[in-house]
Design a protein around this ligand. Structure first.
Ligand SMILES: [Zn+2]
Length: 116
């Protein structure tokens, strides 16, 4: 599961922030996950809950995951369309059925905020 390594890097990032700002404990972390990252939010949450117990500043941290819709541009007809759910394969253009698409948004994996 690639969510395990991405969750570990997320925790490393948070811990870096914790150290830099001398934070004792983190209440909440908000992250954005694009639908095209192929990361399942429930899996990230599961690993986060498991891993956080090893780090005292994160013991009571709640992880809030926002799934970000993706935007594709069709290379055939040139129209943009939104993809709201995680997909394992690239979707087809709803306008012309083409599979030649350019991903414009939806690959982000970001920390939005830390609440301490
Ligand atoms: Zn199209």
């Amino acid at each position: 599961m690639h969510e395990l390594s991405v969750t570990q890097s997320l925790i490393d990032l948070i811990l870096e922030e914790v150290e830099q700002r001398s934070i004792k404990s983190v209440k909440k972390v908000g992250i954005s996950v694009g639908v095209f990252t192929t990361f399942e939010p429930y899996a990230i949450n599961f690993y986060f809950e498991t891993l956080k117990t090893e780090y005292p500043p994160l013991e009571d941290t709640v992880l809030e995951i926002e799934l970000k819709p993706g935007v594709c541009r069709c290379q055939e007809c040139g129209k943009d369309f939104e993809v709201k759910e995680t997909v394992s394969n690239l979707p087809q253009c709803p306008h012309c059925g083409s599979i030649f698409l350019e991903i414009k948004e939806g690959r982000e994996f970001l920390i939005n905020y830390l609440e301490v």
